[in-house]
Design a binder for this molecule. Structure first.
Ligand code: ADP
Ligand code: MG
Length: 626
């Protein structure tokens, strides 16, 4: 969704935008409007009430037309407020970027100077500057800008420090760019949203400060009108002729409120984290919008997915991430799901427990029966009780799933106690036992380590221990070894295999590596573009893959000791999910494809015992079939 669209969703911000635009347009057009001269005094006409003798807003103590003075005054106040915001932002951001980017003593010297400025109460500082430069609107502008520079400098420095050590800045440096170019092309584009946000939330404040200085007689000088000086002059007639103060006061109120509403809206709309979620928090379970749920099949199954369809509805487009997946997992069985990145493996796995983020995720069809109970559309309470208890997940990167501020022990204890309240001491014993069971060396001593103190393999062992915490029936492991190196991966796989045997666990193991499937899984389902294209016992599929996609995936795996074999990458790219082709989604990349592959819906067809394939011309046919 684009920036304006997001802004428009926020009603208050939209209102602010409309008011600010209206006032700005009026201010720009003021010289063209048929207004009385704002500075002509006529003491005979002083203190006219609104609508008296054609003066719409009345007149002030010198008989000057208030409507005209209001227009000219708003024009001046807006101009000075925006100008000082612009000056403060430019100078402050420059200082902040230089300090943050260079670091070291440059940073120290600059930021200590900024700290000194910040140590003065801002209004005293502004008064001192005006006192030194002399009263006048220009000097008020300089004073307001100057006292706001430290705010921008601090803000932008913090952001820049974070960016200056990122990989893309290192890459730019390695490619030979100079500092100035890196700042302009790499750092600045990342900082600009922050500058805009800081500006939009402070313009209102600066208009107020300018008005304050004018009110004290240090800003605009008579007879020139700005909102602050109008208020100041009306002070003596506050009781007798309140309209002279109410008019500029109300204007200041309206301007500042609408600018602040707009600023808040801009901040929300520019924040990239809010952009994809469209300003709303994800729901605690995936949205379900399906017609008639299908009945669960296979009473012996622990988990039975049937016709599962999960889509992402974003920007009025529909991305069909999972379109009709059937899969059965029996107790104690390990089922592999394999496919290229983006084929819908994770979304399938997350849909089971309603963990796909909504918005934008929607489950549009199908069912997921776990021990006979349909989980799609189940109450949040039901899902919550099952999550981490009967069904546990292990994710790819344990560093991002473990909380960095708690020790692994505390997190394990929490995982246990969420589902089975027990005294801390017993939960702790149980947690140490869990670490032992995942062959965690020195479990007792490392219990109080933080995640960052452990190696990748150890962290993943903690992840697995956490999944085991409540003795689940099913573990869904989503590429748990992808972030690990090969030897650690082998150890984790051995561990999973042993745990599966010891505890009679069922495992859904998601990976893109056939080598891993071969070591661990009893059965395997091959996914492509959100559908299962082949499924069957691992041995049989490894020996004779039927779908050309399976065959090509297997050809991508290197084998030790076979140096002559050529590795062939699959040519082309997977199809885009918001515009899936008719017929077989793999046809575009398949060497066996014919015109017949590109029409209709190709169903999963039986091939041999327990084997199905979604292909009209499979690579392998069981004896006896044509
Ligand atoms: P993988 O098989 O690599 O695990 P995923 O299941 O994560 O693939 O993703 C399947 C498809 O769904 C991908 O094309 C991905 O772009 C899309 N997708 C995943 N999450 C979202 C999301 N939050 N919004 C939009 N599209 C998504
Ligand atoms: Mg994935």
């Amino acid at each position: 969704m684009n920036f304006l669209g997001l802004l428009a969703r926020n009603r208050l911000a939209l209102l602010g935008l409309v008011v600010v635009l209206m006032i700005t347009v009026l201010a720009l057009l003021t010289p063209l409007l048929p207004l009385a001269d704002p500075d002509v005094t006529n003491t005979a006409n002083r203190f006219k009430r609104p609508f008296e003798d054609g003066a719409i807003l009345g007149t002030d103590h010198l008989g000057r037309d208030l409507l005209s003075r209001l227009f000219w005054g708003s024009r001046l106040s807006l101009a000075v407020g925006f100008a000082s915001a612009l000056v403060a932002a430019t100078i402050g951001a420059t200082i902040g970027i230089i300090a943050g980017f260079h670091g070291g003593w440059t940073d120290n010297v600059i930021m200590r100077g900024v700290d000194m400025l910040m140590a003065f109460p801002y209004i005293l500082l502004a008064l001192a500057i005006v006192a030194a430069l002399g009263p006048g609107l220009m000097n008020a502008l300089i004073a307001v800008a100057a006292v706001n520079i430290p705010f921008f400098a601090r803000n932008i420095r913090g952001v820049t420090v974070g960016i200056a050590h990122r990989e893309f800045v290192d890459a730019a440096r390695l490619s030979g760019m100079g500092n100035t170019r890196i700042i302009l092309t790499e750092v600045l584009p990342n900082v600009i949203p922050v500058i805009i946000i800081a500006m939009s939330t402070t313009v209102g404040w600066m208009i107020l400060e300018t008005a304050g200085l004018s009110f004290l007689g240090l800003g605009s000088q008579p007879p020139q009108a700005d909102l602050g000086s109008m208020l100041g002059e009306a002070r003596s007639a506050l009781i007798t002729n309140p309209h002279t103060s109410v008019v500029p006061g109300a204007m200041i109120l309206i301007i500042v409120i609408s600018i602040n509403l707009l600023g808040d809206g801009i901040r929300d709309a520019l924040d990239p984290r809010l952009k994809s979620g469209a300003l709303s928090r994800p729901m605690p379970r995936t949205l379900v919008r399906r017609g008639e749920p299908s009945a669960g099949k296979g009473s012996s199954a622990l988990l039975a997915l049937s016709g599962l369809e999960t889509q992402f509805h974003a920007n009025s487009r529909v991305y069909r991430a999972v379109s009709g997946v059937d899969l059965v997992v029996r107790p104690g069985e390990c089922v592999g799901i394999i496919g290229e990145s983006g084929s819908g493996k994770s979304v399938t796995a997350l849909s089971v427990m309603g963990l796909v983020a909504s918005p934008p995720g929607v489950i549009t069809a199908g069912s997921a029966h776990f021990s006979g109970q349909d989980l799609i559309g189940a109450e949040y309470g039901t899902l919550r009780r099952l999550r981490g208890d009967r069904v546990a997940y292990v994710f790819q990167d344990p560093l991002s799933t473990l909380h960095p501020l708690y020790t692994v022990g505390e997190q394990l204890v929490e995982a246990v106690r969420v589902h089975h309240p027990m005294p801390k001491v017993r939960a702790r014993e149980h947690a140490v036992g869990l670490l032992h069971s995942v062959r965690f060396p020195n479990a007792k001593e490392r219990f109080d380590s933080y995640p960052h103190e452990l190696s990748g393999g150890m962290r993943q062992r903690v992840g697995i221990a956490m999944a085991l915490a409540n003795d689940p029936d099913l573990i869904i492991a989503d590429e748990p070894t992808t972030a690990l190196d090969v030897t650690v991966q082998a150890r984790i796989l051995t561990l999973l295999r042993e745990l599966q045997r010891e505890r009679g666990l069922a495992i859904i193991f998601i990976t893109h590596d056939f080598g891993v499937i071969a070591q661990l899984c009893d059965r395997v389902a091959v996914m492509y573009a959100g559908r299962i294209v082949e499924e069957g016992p691992t041995d049989a599929i490894l020996k004779s893959p039927a779908h050309p996609y399976t065959a090509r995936l297997m050809a991508c795996v290197p084998e030790l000791g076979q140096e002559r074999r050529r590795l062939t990458a699959i040519p082309g790219l997977p199809p885009v999910l918001d515009d899936l082709p008719d017929g077989c989604a793999f046809a575009e990349r398949c060497h066996r494809a014919t015109d017949a592959c590109r029409v209709g819906n190709i169903a999963l067809a039986g091939l041999a015992t327990e084997r199905v394939v979604r292909c009209i011309d499979p690579e392998f046919r069981a004896a006896g079939t044509a």
